[in-house]
Write a protein that binds this ligand. Sequence first.
Ligand code: 5GP
Length: 198
Amino acid sequence: MIFVLSGPSGSGKTTLRELVLKDGLLKKKFVKSISLSTRPKRLGERQGKDYFFISEKEFLRLKRAKKILEWTKYLGYYYGTKKDSFEANLFKGKNIILCLDFKGALRIKKLYPKDTVVILIIPPSVKELRKRIEGRSLSTNQEEILRRLKLAREELKNSSQCDYTLRNINLGRAVKKLKDIILREKGPWVLARRGSNR
Ligand code: 5GP
């Protein structure tokens, strides 16, 4: 199955994904899809762990060669999911968790309608979102912050098209809720495994 965490930049979707994948059982059966990105690396981000940071020229070459499954352009930078690694994981029978904008989520849902679950992550408040966006902007450029906030408001309008919405107010509780969603969708498999481990 494919779980897409969508929602605005700053909603906490990547943190949620990291924490959910700390669960021993889920860790074995799930992989995270690491996107390509042409934006500059932020402080603390690692090549191949957070993104595969590549040049715009390389991204466009891969796109032309149809090696990108879905992509978006966000604030002037390209982001995309590489087709070969995604398909290889599906082939190996892995479940995949992706963090994508809404355009990407819809594309994956269209490609794999029966296997995709889209979860919209909603930030606690506009004030908190602004704080997070200010923290992650590539500069203190007020214009970039305002553009991220504007895009965030647009992303939040899509809740009716998602399978689940999850308000990320308290991180611990949000992680639990996300695990509950995964267990609900993957229930029989997980419960069988738990049962046989006893
Ligand atoms: P950021 O610059 O904050 O890391 O990411 C900007 C936005 O791009 C976020 O909403 C993030 O989820 C989205 N994003 C990251 N990787 C991908 C991708 O491969 N495809 C799509 N469609 N969106 C992505």
